[in-house]
Design a protein around this ligand. Structure first.
Ligand SMILES: Nc1ncnc2c1ncn2[C@@H]1O[C@H](COP(=O)(O)OP(=O)(O)OP(=O)(O)O)[C@@H](O)[C@H]1O
Ligand SMILES: [Mg+2]
Length: 342
């Protein structure tokens, strides 16, 4: 009861610490912040100059003394100090200090991160003013956020295709039964698009352009109407600006390599799933989350490859943050419940 009363006075926070985007959920308010996980730092002094949206706009356009850093590349913490600064910045941005109590924070973390990395995230949140910190694995948070019936004694399957990692999990009775995390996701798709332009057109393009091509005309299954797009970059041999026109078929061809690796990982999880739970999946199927699930034709392709029903979550980019938020509410219930039985 005491905890419940306390919760009225604090702004509890749920955070999806993604490799591409960080989202913050404020209890009672929903998602209040959605910014890229990017920090711009001064190369010489290592001082943080900008975080989030402001820092992302600097990518590829900064003078050499400012470097934009994505501290969580490939689902691991590549830079502890910068990650720390970023977590602190986002928490302080939403926690304006109006509430009487320090917040409780639930953070969704990539399932592949080490104990040392977990401790680092924990400490960063504490230093940013958290009263209590809970870490929850991303696929679990995504499943809760996608409203899958995870606590039932039957299987739910989630596949979260993010920026740095694709996380696949089969969940039953509130726990992860089989899971796999591979570092093939949105970033890798951008990378193969960059390579495609270099090989086929001798054209050098940046990460932001590659991402734009993927979002605008990217697909993994034949489209009803194929598309074309003009892409600008630098000619590799002449060094001059150049424009080429590409088709969605070409980009689909380039995307097949990373997509095949994601399909392999999904199939491995299905092979390791106990037979009783496999049987549930025949009816329940798989739910897709993460920005990568917005790729055109991905549900169709995965349906064809796995012979399971496949659907995209209602709000795939928000699943993990919503799941962290729901977990906060659950914490209250569990605490009240256990206090009752003390
Ligand atoms: N419409 C779209 N089509 C294809 N890809 C998209 C689309 N919209 C966003 N993406 C990609 O989704 C990725 C970001 O997704 P998301 O925000 O789920 O990642 P994240 O949670 O930060 O990463 P991770 O879960 O790996 O830590 C980026 O690579 C982005 O380019
Ligand atoms: Mg994610």
């Amino acid at each position: 009861m005491f905890e419940k009363i306390l919760s009225f006075f604090s702004n509890d926070i749920g955070m999806d610490l993604g490799t591409a985007n960080t989202l913050v959920y404020l209890k009672g308010k929903g998602i209040v912040l959605r910014e890229p996980s990017v920090v711009a730092i001064d190369r010489n002094t290592r001082k943080v100059l900008a975080v989030g949206n402001e820092a992302k706009q600097m990518i590829g356009k900064t003078p050499s003394s400012i470097i934009p850093v994505r501290p969580l590349r490939n689902g691991v913490i590549a830079d502890f100090e910068v990650t720390h600064q970023m977590i602190k910045y986002f928490i302080q941005k939403v926690n304006t200090g109006k509430s009487l109590l320090r917040p409780r924070i639930v953070i969704g973390i990539p399932s592949g991160i080490t104990e040392v990395e977990k401790r680092a995230v924990h400490e960063s949140a504490q230093q940013a003013g958290a009263r209590e910190v809970y870490l929850i694995e991303e696929p679990m948070a995504a499943a809760i956020g996608a409203e899958l019936p995870i606590s039932e004694p039957s299987a739910s399957m989630i596949c979260d295709i993010g920026g740095g990692t694709t996380e696949i999990a089969v969940i039953s009775l509130g726990g992860i039964v089989v899971a796999k995390s591979v570092d093939i996701a949105g970033d890798e798709m951008d990378e193969v698009i960059i390579q495609y332009f270099r090989r086929k057109y001798n054209l050098v393009i940046g990460e932001a352009t590659a991402e734009e091509v993927k979002v605008k005309i990217g697909s993994v299954f034949p489209l009803k109407e194929e598309m074309t797009m003009e892409v600008k970059g630098r000619d590799q041999s002449k060094g001059l600006p150049k424009t080429v026109t590409v088709t969605s078929e070409e980009i689909r061809q380039a995307l097949m390599e990373p997509i095949a690796l994601i399909i392999d990982a999904i199939k491995q999880v299905l092979e390791e799933t106990p037979p009783e739970l496999s049987a549930d999946l025949v009816d329940r199927g798989m739910v897709l989350a993460g920005g990568g699930s917005l790729l055109r034709g991905i549900c169709e392709l995965l349906r064809q490859e796995t012979e399971l029903p496949v659907r995209r979550a209602a709000d795939p980019l928000s699943c993990v943050a919503l799941g962290c938020g729901k977990y906060l509410e659950l914490l209250d219930k569990v605490k009240t419940f256990s206090a009752f039985y003390k």
